[in-house]
Design a protein around this ligand. Structure first.
Ligand code: PGA
Length: 249
């Protein structure tokens, strides 16, 4: 069956030295084997944090990946570079990348192919913004995001992807989707995956919820049938909160 996963997206927060301390606290206090724990620090931290995680159950993710493999792409970081320092996952298509850095569904599709080709696990983000939610277009929006980004993902590869549903209106705002709202759209996402890849595959794909997920609401969210964990922003920056969320299953 699919895994329970809690992933911490640190975004552009903490200095490298602070990141090492945070990672040390997480490794030291993480005891729960019922959940896969992943942290995604900034690029500058990955090498040192990787050493901290070595030998522990905590996995390491980047927050982005270059779609190209190598060469003259100033400012980009390749998947092979990440793999060389034991990064196993990469967040792809986060709404902040889509909104501030112009990442389209097509670019995200390429990044997913690059990651899969290198054996990195994409944490692939989708979600509607507030206007789209108000206009009741959220199902349509996530379906289109899934359709384009997964267009060339083969059946053999689909269970190597983690999907993260993050309503943009809930990210960093303190507004959380209700467990019912989240379950409804998670079920819709799984139905899409079932239609494209069949029931067995769809049942084995972890779909995470993200957007102001905190220790006090994680339990209710994770109790929903199609919510398999969380992608955590703000609350991932405090080891106590992050581990409390991980213990919510
Ligand atoms: P948040 O961020 O938990 O701070 O809302 C979630 C995310 O953007 O992944």
């Amino acid at each position: 069956m699919r895994k329970n996963i809690v992933a911490g997206n640190w975004k552009m927060n903490t200095l490298p030295s602070e990141g090492v301390t945070l990672a040390q606290e997480i490794v030291k206090n993480f005891k729960d084997n019922a959940v896969e724990l992943i942290i995604a620090p900034p690029f500058t931290h990955l090498s040192e944090v990787s050493k901290v995680l070595s030998g522990s159950a905590v996995k390491l993710s980047s927050q982005n990946i270059a779609k190209e493999l190598k060469g003259a792409y100033t400012g980009e970081v390749s998947g092979e570079m990440l793999k060389d320092i034991s990064v196993t996952h990469c967040i792809i298509g986060h709404s902040e990348r889509r909104t501030y850095y112009g990442e389209t569904d097509e670019i995200i599709a390429e990044k997913i192919q690059t990651a899969l080709g290198l054996g990195l696990t994409p944490i692939f983000c989708i979600g509607e913004n507030l206007e789209e939610r108000k206009a009741e277009k959220h199902f349509e929006v996530v379906e289109k995001q899934l359709q384009i980004a997964l267009e060339n993902v083969k059946s053999d590869d689909i269970t190597s992807i983690i999907v993260a549903y993050e309503p943009v209106w809930a990210i960093g705002t303190g507004l959380t989707a209700t467990p019912e709202q989240a379950q409804e759209i998670h079920a819709h996402i799984r139905a899409f995956l079932k239609q494209k890849y069949g029931e067995d595959k769809a049942e084995n794909i972890s779909i995470l919820y993200g957007g102001s997920c905190k220790p006090d609401n994680a339990k209710m969210l994770f109790a929903q049938k199609d919510i398999d964990g969380g992608l955590i922003g703000g609350a991932a920056l405090k080891s106590d909160d992050f581990l409390k969320i991980a213990a919510s299953f």
